[in-house]
Ligand binder design. Sequence first.
Ligand SMILES: Nc1ncnc2c1ncn2[C@@H]1O[C@H](COP(=O)(O)OP(=O)(O)OP(=O)(O)O)[C@@H](O)[C@H]1O
Length: 339
Amino acid sequence: MTTCVVCVTTVDDVTVIATESLSKRFPRVTALDRLSVDVGPGVTGLVGANGAGKSTLIKILLGLSPATEGRAEVLGLDVATKGAAIRERVGYMPEHDCLPPDVSATEFVVHMARMSGLPPTAARERTADTLRHVGLYEERYRPIGGYSTGMKQRVKLAQALVHDPQLVFLDEPTNGLDPVGRDEMLGLIRRIHTDFGISVLVTSHLLGELERTCDHVVVIDGGKLLRSSSTTDFTQTTTTLAIEVTDTDEHPDGTRAVREALHARGVTTEDGSGLPGSGHVLLLTAQGEGTYDLVRDVIADLGLGLVRMEQRRHHISEVFTAGEHSSDEQRKEAVGHVR
Ligand SMILES: Nc1ncnc2c1ncn2[C@@H]1O[C@H](COP(=O)(O)OP(=O)(O)OP(=O)(O)O)[C@@H](O)[C@H]1O
C-alpha cells in the first residue's frame, strides 16, 4: 500500500482490502508481521500453511480483533474504528464448526439475516434464494445436527451471503470435504463472484486448489507476505518440457531409451518422476521449436508412443520452496499439502 491509505476504495475501485505494516503479536507468537498488501475485486486466495496467520488477518479485517501495529482498510473503512460498518458490508464464513445442531438451516439462516438487519419477509426470501444457490433443497428443513460436513459448510456459506454483502471472507471452506465436495465448493465460490459480483477472499492451506479458483493469490508464511500476484503470473509456463512415453517389447524401459537417445544428441534430461501425478517423466529445457522436433523424431525412431509432451507450469507451492522466511516445518507442511 502506498501512503494513500485513506483515499482508496470501493468495490468499483481498485482496492477492496489494504493493509499497511499490519502486525499482530500474541505473548508467545507473532501471528502477523508487518504485512502490507492490497487486494482488488474478484476472487483472491489467501494461502499459507497452518498457523501462517490467515484467520488472524481475517479477524482483524472484520474489526473483531485489534492489530498490535499498522493499519488496514476494508472497502475504504478503517478496521480500527469502523468494524460494525465493515461487518454490514462483508460476509464471514468461519473456519470452525459453529452451527447450532437443533435448528434447521432455514431457521438458522433466517436468524442470521434478521441479525444483519433484514425485515422478516426479506429475510425469509433471501434465505430461500441463498440456500438454493448453495445447493440445499429439502434438507434445509431438517436439523443441522444431522447434516454431513459438506452440507454444514454450505449452511456456513449461505449465512455469509444472506445479507447480500459486497465482499465475503471464507476461512478454509473446503476443510473436511472429499475431492468431489471440494470441487463443488470451489465451483460455488467462483460463482459467488461471476453470478453476483461479490468479491471473495478465500483461505486455504491446500495451495494447489486455489490455482484453479482465484484471480489473484496472496501467499503468507509465518505472518509475513511471501508473494501477492495474479494467478496467471504464478502459474506461467516455464521452458521445461515434461515428456512421458510408452514402453515396448523392444524397449521395456522406454523412458531410459529416450534419455539415452537424447543424450547421444547432446540433450541432457532430468528425472521428473517425483512430480505430482507423474509416472516415468523426463524433464528437459526447450531451446525453441527445434527441441520439440528432436524429441518427436527420437521417440518415433525408437517406435515408442508419446503419452505427453508439455511445458511445465509454475505452481504456487514453489513460492514456499523459494521463500526465505519460512520455517522448515511450515514449508514442509505447506508443500506436503499441495498434492
Ligand atoms: N488468540 C490467540 N492467542 C495466542 N496465539 C494465537 C491466537 N490466535 C492465533 N494464535 C497463533 O497465531 C498464529 C497464527 O494463527 P492463525 O489461526 O491466524 O493461523 P492460520 O493461518 O489461520 O492457520 P489455521 O488454518 O491452522 O488456523 C498461530 O501460531 C496461532 O497459534
